[in-house]
Design a protein around this ligand. Structure first.
Ligand code: FE
Length: 195
């Protein structure tokens, strides 16, 4: 069989599978697009960590990242959003404000930069509680913030995604970008860990 014919046949089969999954309510078209996009882009929290490390060492990049994250991550070769454009916003932690992300409606998440989302992110408990009692939820993750640190919760939508820019840990002045990136965990990019 020629390549073109088998490609067309596979496309039809994939399309049929997509339709069945959507009809049975197992996935939405958007979620499927997102998963395919994430797969094609090599979705991994290592991507988000690389963005963070660059922002830690390059002040001008940090400014661009906080101003227009879609363009800034594209500089490092990362696309945000697949078929549907999504606005990426990076929110920076400071000594006074800690950020955490959630999708209260479903499970929107910047897959390409953070990798597949953890099951707790999609859980009803996390989605409802992190908005009502963020300090208690973060404490359960082992992140005990001083009362002087305010917590801002960012609720994702189908059009917007968030990623947290954690604080650079103390005592890392001599580290290069790759070593810094290795310090950044997926949970820090969500905001449920400090680093
Ligand atoms: Fe969602």
């Amino acid at each position: 069989m020629s390549g073109t014919h088998s490609d067309a046949r596979i496309s039809r089969q994939v399309r049929r599978l997509e339709t069945l999954l959507e009809e049975r309510g197992l996935v939405t078209g958007g979620a499927l697009d997102e998963a395919i996009d994430a797969f094609l882009n090599g979705a991994s929290p290592a991507n988000g960590a690389r963005v963070v490390a660059r922002a830690w060492v390059d002040e001008a990049f940090r400014t661009r990242l906080l101003d227009d994250a879609n363009s800034a991550v594209a500089e490092l070769g990362y696309a945000s959003g697949g078929v549907q454009p999504q606005r990426l916003r990076v929110v920076a932690n400071t000594d006074r404000v800690h950020n955490v992300i959630v999708c209260t409606l479903c499970s929107c998440y910047p897959l390409g930069l953070l990798g597949p989302s953890p099951s707790w992110y999609k859980s009803e408990a996390y989605r409802s509680r992190v908005v009502r009692e963020p300090r208690a939820v973060l404490a359960e993750f082992g992140l005990n913030l001083p009362d002087s640190t305010a917590i801002t919760v960012w609720d994702s939508t189908s059009e917007s995604r968030y990623m947290v820019l954690p604080l650079r840990p103390a005592g890392t002045k001599g580290l290069d970008e790759a070593a810094l990136a290795a310090l950044v965990s997926r949970n820090a990019l969500i905001g449920t860990a400090a680093q």
